[in-house]
Design a protein around this ligand. Structure first.
Ligand SMILES: [Zn+2]
Length: 124
C-alpha cells in the first residue's frame, strides 16, 4: 500500500512551522493523526505534545474521548482503505482484513486495550 499514515504524518510535520501557539483551538485532523501515530509508537504525551505544539492535557483529552467513543477516530481520520470487496487495508501497519468491522477493530487494537477494541460500538 503506498499511502501509510506514516507518510501523512511526516509530510505534516515537515510543513509544520516553528511558530505554534498552545491550545488555540480544536485539534485539526493532522494533529489527531500525529497523536494516533504517537500512541501506536508508544510516544509519551510530552513527546507528542512537543511534536505538534500542544499541551499534554490536549493529548490526554483526545485519548480520553477515544477510549469512551472509539468510533470518533474513524469519523476524523482515514485509517484504512478499501482495496476490494473483501479486502480492507490498515494504513498503520499495511495488514489486510476481509471486512470493515475487522479492520476497524484491528486498527483500534493498535492503540487501545484489546478489551476495548473488541467490544467498541462501531458504525459500519
Ligand atoms: Zn494495522
Amino acid at each position: 500500500m503506498p499511502t501509510l499514515i506514516s507518510s501523512d504524518v511526516n509530510g505534516y510535520l515537515k510543513h509544520l512551522g516553528r511558530v505554534k501557539e498552545c491550545n488555540r483551538s480544536a485539534l485539526s485532523a493532522e494533529e489527531k493523526l500525529v497523536i494516533i501515530w504517537g500512541f501506536t509508537r508508544g510516544w509519551s504525551k510530552a513527546k507528542t505534545a512537543s511534536m505538534i505544539g500542544r499541551s499534554t492535557s490536549a493529548i490526554a483529552r483526545y485519548k480520553n474521548r477515544i477510549v469512551h467513543r472509539p468510533q470518533i477516530v474513524f469519523d476524523d481520520l482515514r485509517l484504512y482503505s478499501q482495496l476490494g470487496d473483501r479486502k480492507w487495508g490498515c494504513r498503520i501497519c499495511g495488514e489486510f482484513m476481509k471486512t470493515r468491522t475487522r479492520i476497524m477493530r484491528h486498527i483500534l487494537a493498535h492503540f487501545l486495550p484489546i478489551e476495548i477494541a473488541k467490544v467498541a460500538t462501531l458504525r459500519v
